[in-house]
Write a protein that binds this ligand. Structure first.
Ligand SMILES: C[S@@+](CC[C@H](N)C(=O)[O-])C[C@H]1O[C@@H](n2cnc3c(N)ncnc32)[C@H](O)[C@@H]1O
Length: 289
């Protein structure tokens, strides 16, 4: 499945407040938002981040078409401040983060994000050492249960961990598929969503240190934005959204931000109908005062 950029109209309407400004797309992915912004605003420039090599390869293939208006940096967006400074950029006019995995990452069975993957990996950046396989096969019972509970809000975390440990005695858990079967031996399919959803979400968040990345990004953002510059964050689960919400509130209190989305922005029914994976997307926007 090809990646369809989430809330394209809303992203461009909210992000761009200066027609010849410099913007950061923290999550280049398929370059969907970047291309859209470049096409719509002919005088803007973009610094794009993504830590996945596939995204970098996609950028390199399309680089000529961007006409020198995009600089790509393969790194974790939590390093935005130092990486921008290394190219002599200290202030920008807008920051966009469309956090999470892309459809391509999700659908690739060699990446380990989906339930029927033949591996247990889940790293968005393969240069990082820790894989989901290592976590599942080598972490203590207490540590595993705490990951499932903390990052997945999985109420059966202890029972699931017990089942994983029983399995570990027999041999290594090698694939996402095997892990899903173990989770399903504890949690039965009662609802529409897969019983392993929360465990997979927790593992992914942990392996990629997702909450820490967002936390760092939103905490350095006010220092990077020019006056009237905006930060647009699209998140896909409540733990990330909470971090963004609290950060914006604090910056509002400190007189640094005005919040432009008093009511969070979500995809339209039509958008969800075409691309059901974005149903949990939430967009928050703030403007530097
Ligand atoms: C949902 S996709 C973005 C899609 C993009 N907005 C588009 O329209 O094509 C998320 C992308 O962000 C990247 N990503 C997630 N967390 C990241 C991080 N901490 N640092 C850098 N890139 C990250 C992923 O590798 C993935 O390619």
């Amino acid at each position: 499945m090809c990646h369809i950029s989430v809330m394209p109209l809303e992203v461009s309407q909210y992000l761009v407040n200066k027609s010849n400004g410099l913007y950061v797309d923290c999550t280049f992915g398929f370059g969907g938002h970047t291309s859209l912004l470049l096409n719509k605003f002919k005088d803007i420039k973009i610094v794009a981040f993504d830590w996945d090599k596939d995204s970098e390869d996609r950028f390199l293939k399309r680089e000529k078409g961007f006409g020198g208006r995009v600089i790509f940096i393969r790194d974790n967006f939590k390093n935005i401040k130092s990486r921008l400074s290394s190219i002599n950029v200290n202030k920008v006019d807008g920051i966009l983060a469309d956090i999470g995995v892309s459809s391509k990452q999700f659908d690739d069975l060699n990446r380990g994000f989906s339930f029927n993957s033949c591996v247990l990996d889940m790293r968005m950046d393969k240069r990082n050492e820790l894989t989901a396989k290592e976590v599942i096969n080598s972490f203590s019972r207490k540590a595993l249960a705490s990951i499932f509970y903390r990052y997945g809000e999985e109420y059966k975390s202890r029972q699931i961990t017990k089942a994983i440990f029983l399995h570990r005695k027999k041999g290594v858990i090698n694939s996402a598929k095997e892990l899903r079967d173990i989770v399903c031996s504890v949690k039965k399919t009662k609802y529409k969503i897969d019983p392993a959803t929360k465990v997979f979400q927790a593992l992914r968040i942990f392996v990629n240190d997702e909450l820490e990345n967002v936390e760092t990004l939103v905490s350095v953002a006010p220092g990077l934005l020019n006056t009237k510059g905006r930060i647009v964050v699209v998140s896909f689960h409540s733990l990330e959204d909470r971090i963004v919400k609290q950060n914006f509130k604090q910056n509002l209190k400190d007189g640094k931000y005005k919040i432009l989305t008093k009511k969070i922005v979500t995809p339209t029914h039509e958008e969800i109908r075409i691309n059901p994976r974005i149903r949990s997307a939430k967009m928050r926007v703030a403007e530097k005062i």
